[in-house]
Ligand binder design. Structure first.
Ligand SMILES: O=C(O)/C=C/C(=O)CC(=O)CC(=O)O
Ligand SMILES: [Ca+2]
Ligand SMILES: [Mg+2]
Length: 419
């Protein structure tokens, strides 16, 4: 599919994340402090809440779908409404639109506009579907002979994370306190995390509910869109707490998502298959077609007040399970899935060191510190560091991007129990 031209000039450049082909959904604060729904177009935002309020657009049979200022109600209306509204907004922004002058008053510059959570997170489940990541972490945590657990090639393994600490890009993350125990120590201590880390992931957003087990194809239809996701991970807390039930507080401090939900429709031209199966999947997990996406990803680390170093470059197509397969598995127990459920893909790592999606892997547990372009070294995230995830599907002369998924780490509080 070629670049779709818009009357918004900044949408027609090859380096914008937001050409007309994209039209991702976000929530932003207006100049008067209201939260509105918007779609990104070039370096602007089209105010969808205002368009609806003024009667320029309407959702068939519905009132005030966008008045609440996030996309949750819209997601719940289903795939036909998603397609209809996308077509309407595309037509409004397409080159040659007669009333472009009239519509330009609904445009807001992205620069300087505060973004908010684009939807209400119902529940958050994080998966473990990167084979390179799982092998690396399993080797470090459990020894090379136990790198991949016996179930890994048959089950999209996941754990229930915290919806309450999912936050939008631009929100600072505070270094957590927790129970730490050195391997040779008798007792744990309660102290600030010393091995704070990131995890580069994709987040799939469930737009339609389920009632009983669904197929992979049905699961794919339920997915509304995707965001970038940083699963902040306290590795020293994780190492002490995770046996026998898996990660808990180590993963609960924060999960940062990019502010724009890229709709499935925008990613259609970039679908791809998951890698070769090493063990046949049970029938309910078999994908009827390409369910993964070719999305180039990178992670940047900028020390406080200094330039950024790109510390990883990889691709979402490295994943062993797609979000549709993860979602299908999530329903096998009969567990109902809800509008607004967020599924973390699992850390995305490629086979090479520069393609790893977490500092735990890049520095091999801190044993191989990296040197930044500034000359500083890093084993894990330090206070004041800003971590930025970026991603884009690369089209012919355009890119469908996600915007920045960024957060700065603040120092741990003084002892929270000595108030
Ligand atoms: O115990 C392990 O092998 C590691 C588990 C995790 O790091 C959990 C997680 O976030 C998995 C992922 O993001 O791929
Ligand atoms: Ca994770
Ligand atoms: Mg998390």
């Amino acid at each position: 599919m070629p670049l779709m031209k818009s009357w918004v000039d900044s949408a027609n450049t090859p380096d914008t994340d937001f050409p007309l082909n994209n039209l991702p959904y976000g929530a932003f604060l207006t100049a008067s402090g209201e939260q509105h729904c918007g779609v990104a177009i070039g370096d602007m935002i089209l105010d969808v809440t205002a368009l609806e309020a003024d009667g320029v657009i309407a959702v068939a049979g519905e009132d005030e779908v966008f008045a609440a200022g996030d996309w949750t109600a819209f997601m719940g209306l289903g795939a036909q409404i998603w397609a209809d509204v996308r077509a309407t907004l595309t037509a409004l922004l397409a080159e040659g639109m007669a009333d472009a002058d009239g519509l330009s008053r609904y445009l807001v510059a992205q620069d300087g506009t505060q973004m908010r959570m684009p939807f209400t997170v119902s529940e958050y489940t994080d998966f473990y579907a990167g084979k390179h990541h799982a092998t690396n972490v399993g080797t470090m945590f459990r020894g090379p002979e136990n790198a991949l657990p016996p179930n890994w090639l048959s089950i999209p393994i996941g754990y229930n994370g915290r919806a309450s600490s999912v936050q939008v890009s631009g929100t600072d993350v505070r270094r957590p306190w927790g129970q730490l125990k050195a391997p040779d120590a008798e007792m744990p201590t309660f102290a600030p995390c010393k091995r704070f880390d990131i995890e580069l992931e994709m987040g799939a957003i469930v737009g339609q509910p389920s009632d009983g087990p669904v197929t992979v194809a049905e699961a794919d239809d339920m997915i509304f869109g995707y965001v970038l996701l940083n699963d902040w991970s306290a590795r020293d807390i994780q190492a002490w707490e995770y046996q026998p039930l898996g990660p808990f507080q180590a993963k609960a401090t924060a999960t940062t998502i990019s502010p724009w939900i890229v709709p499935k429709a925008a990613l259609e031209p970039f679908r791809c298959d998951t890698p070769e199966r090493e063990r046949p999947l049970l029938e309910y997990l078999q994908a009827p077609g390409p369910m993964l996406y070719d999305i180039a990803l990178e992670v940047g680390l900028a020390p406080e007040g200094q330039a950024e170093t790109v510390i990883s470059r990889t691709n979402y197509n490295e994943m062993y399970y797609s979000s549709a397969q993860q979602l299908a598995h999530h329903t096998t127990s009969g567990c109902p899935m809800l509008v607004g459920d967020l599924l973390g893909s699992g850390t995305i790592s490629g086979p090479e060191k520069h393609q790893r999606g977490a500092l735990l892997e890049i520095t091999w547990g801190g044993k191989e510190p990296i040197t930044l372009d500034t000359g500083e070294t890093r084993s894990f995230v330090e206070d004041g560091d800003t971590l930025t995830l970026r991603g884009a599907a690369m089209g012919d002369g355009y890119r469908v991007g996600f915007g920045a998924c960024a957060a700065t780490v603040l120092p741990a509080l003084d002892d929270p129990y000595k108030r």
